[in-house]
Design a protein around this ligand. Structure first.
Ligand SMILES: *Cc1c(COP(=O)(O)O)cnc(C)c1O
Length: 383
């Protein structure tokens, strides 16, 4: 029998440069955070529009709490569905141009509930190699046959589609979380239609950031009504917490009856649904447009300063390869007052360790210039 002493395995993680630990922030004020008594400029948050600590979100939450109180009391199917949940789902469906939508307690829970509800043994799931862990976990949980195509490699996808059996579901992100690049969505949609497959598109890093009204890559390309399953999160650009799946009425009815992470979990607090509804309105409106414009200007500035390729989104990886090197640069940046995480295995493949810079509309140009200046020097010194 294997013993329960985890020390050798923990030691091994340290030795490999793969050790992870939690480091609490003491204060957060927009992009400036305080940790261990030091002020740091945060380039690691997915709060792309810079709203999570804004006056607006505080007001929306306070208003929600004053009206609704704390927890929802039970799962959605028991007595946890409050009027604000239904209203938020209607607003999300309208935003995504679908018949209906369903909210979950997190984006992770969306994947875990939706994918196994729709495909199972005898069916085929085809994923882009760089899909987020929650999509991979959901695929495994479903019991369907799993096939993977190299990132954005549609020839390989086409070959996989030819031999797929049962219901066939393709799963991809629209903007990839650790690379910031986009799916080859137009060709992908053509391909799945040709084969009668369905597509689940995870827009976690695109919603709020790109497309008209921040409606994501599918909207930017005019492909919304050709995609069956739109997944997204309220935790990133919306600055709150929770996830959603937007789809046809039929699919949403099925999920209400079959998605286990939806059925067997207490409904998200009503005040959160209230705040999400308010933030969605703001994000789709003029205020969101202004923040997206700011974000685009920042991205342009960073790209020019670091001489890195054009991206549609707010995520910029600098790939070093070796875990220890990425860690070292991240540490030096910390000493210089910048919070930029090193992303390592197993989040990315071994030998693909990187810094992941994320921009926010709440940054100012000076902060981006300073980061680029420090980073430029470091990369020159440590080729
Ligand atoms: C963050 C993320 C999720 C999970 O969303 P949460 O609301 O944080 O649980 C899902 N997919 C992708 C691509 C993500 O980056």
């Amino acid at each position: 029998m294997r013993d329960w002493n985890l020390k050798p395995e923990l030691d091994d993680l340290r030795a490999q440069g793969l050790w992870r630990e939690l480091k609490p922030l003491d204060e957060v004020e927009g992009v400036v955070v305080r940790r261990d008594g030091r002020e740091l400029v945060n380039f690691s948050s997915n709060d792309y529009l810079g709203v999570s600590s804004s006056k607006e979100v505080r007001e929306a939450l306070a208003q929600g709490m004053a009206k609704q109180g704390g927890g929802s009391g039970a799962s959605r199917l028991v007595c946890g569905t409050h009027r604000v949940h239904a209203k938020l789902e209607e607003a999300i469906a309208e935003f995504k141009k679908t018949q209906a939508a369903l909210c979950f307690s997190s984006g992770y829970a969306v994947a875990l509930g939706t994918i196994p509800a729709l495909v199972g043994k005898g069916d085929t799931l085809i994923l882009d190699k760089l899909c987020h862990a929650c999509l991979v976990d959901a695929a495994r949980l479903s019991g369907a046959t799993i096939r993977v195509f190299p990132h954005n490699h549609l020839d390989k996808l086409a070959r996989l589609l030819e031999t797929a059996t049962g219901r066939v579901l393709i799963v991809t992100e629209s903007i990839f979380s650790m690379d910031g690049d986009a799916a080859a969505l137009r060709d992908l949609v053509e391909l799945k239609e040709k084969h009668g497959a369905w597509l689940l598109l995870d827009e976690a890093h695109a919603v709020g950031v790109i497309g008209p009204q921040g409606r994501g890559l599918s909207a930017a390309l005019g492909l919304e009504d050709r995609i069956e399953l739109h997944m997204g999160t309220l935790s990133k650009a919306l600055g709150l917490s929770g996830g959603y799946l937007a789809a046809s009425r039929q699919v949403i009815d099925w999920l209400i009856n079959r998605a286990r992470s939806f059925i067997y979990s207490t409904a998200p607090p009503p005040f959160l649904a209230h705040a999400a509804g308010e933030m969605l309105k703001r994000m789709a409106g003029e205020e969101g447009e202004k923040r997206r414009q700011k974000l685009r200007e920042h991205a342009h500035c960073l790209r020019k300063l670091l001489n890195i390729p054009e991206h549609p989104a707010a995520i910029y990886p600098l790939i070093f390869g070796r875990e220890s090197q990425a860690m070292q640069v991240s540490k030096s940046l910390l000493e210089a007052g910048f919070l930029v995480p090193a992303i390592r295995y197993p989040t990315v493949a071994r030998g693909q360790a990187r810094l992941r810079i994320t921009l926010s509309a709440a940054h100012d140009e000076g902060q981006i210039e300073q980061l680029a200046g420090v980073l430029g020097k470091m990369v020159q010194e440590k080729p």
